[in-house]
Design a protein around this ligand. Structure first.
Ligand code: DOR
Ligand code: ZN
Ligand code: ZN
Length: 428
């Protein structure tokens, strides 16, 4: 059913929160105002203690199909996105086949068309087969993809990256880069914990040296360049400087880099991802850059794996953790509640800046598609990974107390997630 009214929530409208009723009809916002009249027969959902946010946007998720459905599927991971409050996600291309041309991308698009419950915007690869040797069919992919990434690896060849940026610029598409020199030869951050436990480390330079290289290439080409999952203090400083210079450079980080440090590591696969959780100095720099706007977006790098792949502790688990079902509550609990950032800044990080920078996602306004999420900020509960809709259960936030939960998420008015008994069964 596509017609209902959500009454009395604090609604995020044009950058501020207003108390209003929201009328959803035919997949769009039909009216947003105080004390809306209720047409006969239209159900009303009371939301007086809740917020209504625009559906969140995550520019960095791994949905695992085609190729890795033993880890997760488009169906399970878009269900997880909906439960997390997300209505638009950008899907990384480390898939089999890797989407490096319209034909290989079609395998992914057909699964998305069939199974996705939120909007999925695929990335095309930068290089053919994501192998780093020659460029993908960037022109053929352009009308079908959000942007280009070789996520999982850095593009090692400088000349290839320069050519990719030139072509992306001509195609008016962003390049979103996983920056890493070489391939990971360590397991965790090359810091105190690694030294104390004799675990091979991943250096900070491996990240920021490639960012520095790429920014010089942006200076030469003028391409739109976004840095994935920044984790180090130096990365922040380099990107801040590039922005000061006026270069078209943006970046994201993920909640785990803002909350944990290598002093809080446990020997559990849930703390192993690439880039790794770094040191306190890095965490502090990342928080500072959330406050000063150097970091544009919180992305999750949601990376589900099988339980077996995550069972090897810090030393030998596969890299990647899930994040879609915890990001909003974690950010709300750790940053908004203590007063470090405003709710408006949270909206910028989880929605507005992706719209401003990439033109993706929609605002709450009359006539727009009804993509939104209803958030209850009050309940405090430990993160229970058994509740995840994601097929991946490995999260560093498991067991951690967080405030808030998503009561309902709608995509074009269709309810794609709701808490038990929140809406009448007839509406589902
Ligand atoms: O932790 C990670 N997981 N880092 C990556 O670069 C890839 C990702 C994955 O696909 O699992
Ligand atoms: Zn990556
Ligand atoms: Zn990733």
């Amino acid at each position: 059913m596509k017609e209902y009214i959500l009454s009395g929530a604090r609604v995020y409208l044009g950058g501020t929160f207003h108390r209003a009723d929201v009328h959803v009809q035919n997949g769009r916002f039909a009216a947003i105002a105080k004390n809306l009249a209720v047409p006969a027969g239209v159900p009303v959902i009371s939301c007086t203690s809740y917020y209504i946010f625009p559906g969140l946007t995550d520019v960095h998720v791994h949905l695992r199909e085609p190729g890795f459905s033993y880890k997760a599927t488009v169906k399970s991971e878009t269900a997880a996105a909906a439960r997390g409050g997300y209505t638009t996600v950008c899907a990384m291309p480390n898939l089999k086949p890797a989407p490096d041309a319209p034909e290989t991308l079609e395998a992914e698009l057909s699964v998305i068309r069939r199974d996705a419950s939120v909007h999925v915007l695929p990335y095309g690869t930068i290089t053919a087969g994501r192998a780093g040797e020659k460029l993908s069919d960037m022109e053929g992919l352009a009308p079908l993809v959000f942007g280009y990434s070789d996520d999982g690896s850095g593009v090692q060849s400088e000349s290839l990256m320069e050519e990719a940026l030139r072509r992306a610029k001509a195609l008016r598409k962003p390049v979103c880069a996983h920056c890493e020199v070489g391939s990971p030869d360590g397991a965790i951050h090359d810091g105190e914990y690694a030294a104390a436990h004799g675990i091979p480390g991943i250096s900070s330079e491996s990240e920021w040296e490639m960012i520095r290289r790429d920014i010089e290439l942006v200076r030469r080409t003028g391409a739109q360049y976004h840095v994935c999952h920044i984790s180090t203090k130096e990365s922040v400083a380099i990107i801040r400087e590039a922005k000061r210079e006026g270069l078209p450079v943006t970046c994201e980080t993920a909640p785990h880099y803002l909350v944990f440090t290598d002093a809080s590591l446990k020997d559990d696969g849930a703390f192993r991802m690439n880039p790794p959780i770094r040191a306190e100095r890095d965490r502090e720099a990342l928080i500072e850059s959330i406050l000063d706007g150097t970091i544009d977006m919180i992305a999750t790098d949601h990376a589900p794996h099988s339980a077996e792949e995550k069972s090897g502790g810090l030393r030998s688990s596969v890299m990647g953790v899930v994040g879609l079902e915890t990001a909003l509550s974690v950010m709300y609990t750790e940053f908004v509640r203590p007063g470090l950032i405003t709710k408006r800044r949270l909206m910028a990080l989880l929605h507005d800046n992706a719209k401003r920078i990439f033109g993706i996602g929609t605002d709450i306004e009359v006539g727009a598609p009804a993509d939104f999420t209803v958030f209850d900020p009050n309940p405090l509960a430990p993160v229970n990974t058994a509740d995840f809709r994601s097929a991946g259960k490995s999260s560093p936030f498991a067991g951690r107390g967080v405030f808030g939960r998503v009561m309902l998420t709608a995509v074009e008015g269709d309810i794609v997630w709701s808490e038990t008994d929140f809406v009448p069964k007839s509406m589902l």
